[in-house]
Ligand binder design. Sequence first.
Ligand SMILES: Nc1ncnc2c1ncn2[C@@H]1O[C@H](COP(=O)(O)OP(=O)(O)OP(=O)(O)O)[C@@H](O)[C@H]1O
Ligand SMILES: [Mg+2]
Length: 214
Amino acid sequence: MENIFEVQDLSYQVGETKILKHINLEVEKGNYLTVVGPSGSGKSTLMRILASMISATGGKVLFDGKSIDSYEPIEYRQRVSYAFQQPTLFGKTVRDNLSFPFEVRKKDFDEMKVINYLEMVNLNETYIDKSVNDVSGGEKQRIALLRNLIFPPEVLITDEVTAGLDAENKAIVHRMLNEFNDRGLTILRVTHDETEIEDSRAKIRIGNGEIEND
Ligand SMILES: Nc1ncnc2c1ncn2[C@@H]1O[C@H](COP(=O)(O)OP(=O)(O)OP(=O)(O)O)[C@@H](O)[C@H]1O
Ligand SMILES: [Mg+2]
């Protein structure tokens, strides 16, 4: 299998503080990799580097065989999408958020497609014109996730995206992500959730800025 990511001796340092040290990692295309480890160990930092939101201070990251720095940021974001640990919705309404992926691609807003996506995460069409101030935290998480998936990327990085959801909605998100993964989406998921860790097909553990072997 081909690797979508190859991370070679990556480090990330702020001032004198070494947040990530000697990270080596290969992620195969189509994998569903779960990333675990204690709070503050460096999981989100590594994911932000892979999403090209920050740059490593040492080592190499190859995406699809080429250095991560060689891609245009706009193209890269469409190929590797990061679902934030604490998502925020922008603008005034849910529509503002879900029309954004269409605008970036210079496409007309496809309301039917958006309704289908909302239904995938247990929301309905009435949400389109809701104010961003009137949706709950868990609804916000699901809407933000749709923003990542409405035009599916090649890699989705989810950073504790189910942390604020009840069991039913967690299961809905799991089912949706499994379906995308079955259709070829590579997923990297950071989680502290025991059931997600137990169910994971592949797993890496980060401790104190380094990959630990289980
Ligand atoms: N820009 C920065 N400057 C200084 N310290 C930072 C910076 N970014 C991250 N850190 C520190 O690096 C460590 C790792 O942070 P990170 O967000 O990657 O942890 P995490 O494993 O995602 O934790 P959690 O499970 O709580 O989300 C933390 O101690 C954090 O305070
Ligand atoms: Mg984190």
